[in-house]
Design a protein around this ligand. Structure first.
Ligand code: DC
Length: 229
């Protein structure tokens, strides 16, 4: 069975940066589970489906065909043959993704897609319910958190880099709203998985977060050091 490192936590806690770095270091494929919820939301908006209408969203996700390919150490997803790229990072998707990801049929399908991806190789998967629901069997469960102001600062900088323009206050408001919906939903809410290692990244550099995580991984997962001649 391929190995999984689960990294959960709220938006902007630094999960993607850390997951990519760990994936590169250990040769695990990076999977961004939020991208799958974003793809469903993107298609709902394109097809004119009301994101607050659970029946309509369930019907959409049942007929959606999602595929994926490995690219540059990560898994890139497409739906109905189309890769969305940055389209799924737009503020309009941010505003609708939490209601969509509350829908049980959406959670069931995304969970099934993620479990199927395990056949690709060892994975480092970031999300909200990876250690608690999707891969509760993995010994490597982390919960990455940071102060909301700091998370908004990081997200805002990221958005500027992608050419998305909204104020930091707007980013903070959107992030807090999603946190509230994500952590209070009945089905697979954002929470610390049992036994997960909690890391607050507000005031520590990414290298330190990586060091803490590395220390918590099963030693047999770490690349062995080749003795120097
Ligand atoms: O990580 P992100 O901001 O791209 O995630 C977008 C949304 O997807 C987030 O608001 C909640 C949802 N999500 C989820 O419910 N479960 C996951 N495992 C990942 C994301």
């Amino acid at each position: 069975m391929n190995r999984v490192i689960a990294i959960d936590g709220p938006s902007g806690a630094g999960k993607s940066t850390v997951a990519r770095a760990i994936g590169r270091a250990l040769g695990f494929l990076h999977v961004d589970s939020g991208a799958l919820y974003r793809i469903v939301t993107w298609q709902a908006l394109r097809y004119g489906v009301d994101c607050g209408d659970e029946t309509a969203v369930s019907a959409l996700v049942e007929r959606l065909k999602v595929t994926w390919r490995v690219c540059d150490g990560g898994v890139v997803c497409a739906s109905d043959g189309e890769e969305p790229g940055e389209a799924i990072r737009q503020p309009e998707i941010n505003a609708h993704v939490s209601p969509v990801s509350k829908v049980p049929a959406v959670r069931a399908r995304v969970t099934a897609w993620l479990r199927e991806m395990r056949q690709l190789g060892h994975l480092v998967v970031e999300g909200r319910d990876i250690g608690s629901v999707v891969f509760p069997d993995t010994p490597a469960r982390f919960y990455l958190d940071a102060d909301p102001e700091e998370r908004a600062r990081r997200r805002h900088l990221e958005e500027i880099g992608k050419g998305i323009s909204q104020s930091r206050d707007a980013v903070l408001a959107s992030l807090l709203k999603r946190d509230r919906i994500d952590s209070t939903r009945v089905n697979a809410p954002l929470r610390v998985a049992d036994g997960a290692c909690v890391i607050d990244s507000t005031a520590i550099p990414v290298e330190e977060v990586l060091r803490i995580m590395r220390d918590r991984l099963p030693p047999e997962w770490l690349p062995s050091l080749t003795p120097q001649p």
